[in-house]
Design a protein around this ligand. Structure first.
Ligand code: ADP
Ligand code: MG
Length: 327
């Protein structure tokens, strides 16, 4: 079992940041409103994620650590309209095959907390009583301790942490309603309070993307025939030398989608130098049935059923906003 999980881990667990992404997404799927991420030594030594979500029942702890166990898809028709972030049931099993993982959890209506961990070649799960408030903590120690070749590929502590920081930034922009805390080696690095209105959302965008960005941004909010695009795009004079401030979300999922990026870049094409990049934080919302998210395990790509239509919508909304700013 361990070997099969390690092979699967090759796809899901590339580096500490990918572990953080999977675990934070699980916390979000569990309905958490507060997520604390504690990192030690760039994540190579420890990644600990605590949430106040729905928790996992004692009887289900073992199952949650096994492969293809997901509580999120009940039947095949669900696959068509996936609203939750995780659905493959691979992350926990994969991570625990390449690290020392413990999971401690307490659902609100369960009297006490329980802790589970899997070990050995057969990934036998042991559970024991524990102390924990409502919610879940997952601790991942010594990532890749048993796959030395992969461990060797980890970069410096600073580089690995910066990837984790980026994951948290992207997720913080996806979920304004959730508060996030990120620490590294015991030091507070980020703290985003839950936001409840557009002003507070904009404030978080300023925290994540810099004050300069939000002060130089145009607000977007446009709905047309089932498509809704909203967010912030930088005025053309605030172009960047790198494409490092490009955040786009489709139905709440962070995406690096060529089609979306192209639509935006085309809107800017005549307004910024050819070696400059636009900056944006944009949210596209459309019917779940209009997108296919099951394209890649890392889930950064989507397939739109009406790609051209989506592209042209994004282009024209951005173009219009830029033009009316120039006027
Ligand atoms: P997936 O997210 O694809 O379902 P995972 O391996 O990431 O698969 O998680 C397996 C299962 O463990 C989830 O379906 C969920 O039921 C449970 N789980 C994982 N993390 C949490 C959490 N933080 N809170 C509550 N349940 C969780
Ligand atoms: Mg998951």
């Amino acid at each position: 079992a361990r070997l099969a999980n390690q092979i699967a881990a090759g796809e899901v667990v590339e580096r500490p940041a990918s572990v953080v992404k999977e675990l934070v997404e699980n916390s979000l799927d569990a309905g958490a409103s507060k997520i604390v991420v504690d990192i030690e030594k760039g994540g190579a030594k420890r990644i600990r994620i605590s949430d106040n979500g729905c928790g996992i029942r004692k009887e289900e702890l073992t199952l949650a650590l096994s492969r293809h166990a997901t509580s999120k898809i009940k039947d095949l028709t669900d696959l068509e309209a996936i609203a939750s972030l995780g659905f493959r049931g691979e992350a926990l099993a994969s991570i625990s095959s390449v690290a020392r993982l413990t999971m401690t959890s307490k659902p609100e209506n369960q009297e006490s907390a329980w802790q589970a961990y899997a070990q050995g070649r057969d990934m036998e799960v042991t559970i024991q009583p524990a102390a924990h408030p409502n919610g879940t903590t997952i601790e991942v120690n010594d990532l890749f301790f048993n796959t030395p070749a992969r461990r060797k590929f980890l970069r410096t502590e600073k580089t690995e942490f910066s990837h984790i920081d980026e994951v948290i930034r992207r997720i913080a922009l996806a979920r304004f309603d959730v508060s996030f805390v990120l620490t590294h080696n015991g030091k507070m690095i980020r703290s985003y309070r839950a936001a409840a209105n557009m002003d507070q959302n904009a404030k978080r965008v300023g925290q994540v993307c810099g004050q300069k960005f939000i002060e130089n941004a145009l607000t977007i909010d446009c709905q047309h025939e089932g498509l809704h695009l909203w967010g912030w795009i930088a005025k053309p004079e605030f172009y960047r030398a790198q494409n490092d401030l490009c955040y786009s979300y489709v139905n709440g999922r962070m995406m690096r989608d060529k089609l979306i990026n192209h639509g935006i870049r085309q809107a800017y094409a005549e307004l910024i130098p050819s070696d400059g990049y636009p900056a944006f934080v944009l949210y596209l919302e459309l019917d779940h049935k209009e997108v296919d998210v099951n394209v890649h395990p890392a889930k950064h790509e989507v397939r739109f059923h009406q790609g051209r239509y989506v592209h042209d919508f994004i282009y024209s909304v951005c173009h219009q906003a830029l033009q009316s700013d120039l006027a």
